[in-house]
Ligand binder design. Structure first.
Ligand code: CDP
Ligand code: CDP
Length: 227
């Protein structure tokens, strides 16, 4: 059966990567977390004190960045490498989340990341999640999913994850961060977060990861059967 491209876009912390990982496993496809790329670029910019209002500095920094996903056999998941360093854990920090949306709004940053993402999808058989995957990166994708969930549920889910790593974190901080990112991501000039016209909406407020997987697999099966 022919391989397809599956795109998953949506709001922060609504379960995109959970679904994308499970789908990739079931379909034996490659999983790409495009948000990890923006997070890794942000990490580089923070470490190197890049002035993001100076485009020349941004371009010079991008020229020094090499992003790569490597599959970890132990955890059975793909991990983000920035210039050969595994940054998968550190990019999940709230410090990165506080800056990433400003970095991801820069045109040059998006051109850099989108080119790399499109290259990864040339052979299809890929599940990629993010904000502009169905609208800009793979506008011709066969299966586009737009995910959403109630704000309070999304905050609670992300809080649980971050609290496990850092018990000093408050639910207010997490809520503010999600709201800020959703606002910037959906209002920026270049590739704002939008639901693609041909995307199917998946609201998982009351769904378990297994239930959302079942739904999505059903949609993909139907698309493949239609040819
Ligand atoms: O996992 P979470 O929903 O919190 O965010 P993420 O997918 O890791 O993405 C982090 C940030 O990267 C987002 O808030 C966006 O600012 C940016 N992003 C983007 O602009 N375009 C994408 N395709 C993916 C992420
Ligand atoms: O990728 P995104 O930021 O959209 O979300 P995620 O990292 O996949 O999911 C955020 C958290 O919500 C994770 O801890 C998931 O296990 C959890 N989740 C859930 O509780 N129920 C779902 N139906 C989907 C995700």
């Amino acid at each position: 059966m022919n391989k397809i491209v599956v795109t998953i876009d949506g709001w922060s912390s609504c379960g995109k990567s959970t679904l994308a990982k499970q789908l990739a496993k079931k379909l034996n496809y490659v999983y790409v977390d495009s948000g990890a790329m923006y997070r890794a670029i942000t990490l580089y910019f923070i470490r190197n004190s890049v002035d993001i209002t100076d485009i020349k500095e941004v371009e010079a920094a991008l020229a020094e960045i090499n992003l790569e996903f490597r599959f970890n056999e132990v955890s059975q998941s793909s991990e983000m490498y920035l210039n050969e360093e595994n940054v998968e854990y550190v990019i999940r920090d709230l410090v990165i989340a506080e800056k990433v949306s400003d970095v991801a709004a820069i045109k040059e940053v998006r051109t850099f990341a989108v080119a790399a993402q499109q290259k990864m999808g040339t052979k299809k058989g890929i599940v990629m999640d993010g904000r502009d995957i169905g609208t800009v990166v793979f506008p011709k994708a066969e299966m586009k999913i737009f995910m959403t969930a109630d704000n309070a549920v999304r905050v609670e889910r992300r809080f649980k994850e971050l609290y496990a790593k850092n018990p000093n974190i408050t639910i207010e901080e997490v809520k503010n961060n999600l709201e800020m990112r959703d606002y910037i991501d959906s209002h920026r000039e270049v590739s704002p977060l939008r639901q693609a016209k041909d995307a199917v909406v998946l609201d998982n407020t009351n769904l378990t990861p297994d239930e959302q997987l079942k739904l999505a697999l059903g949609w993909i099966k139907a698309i493949k059967e239609k040819g």
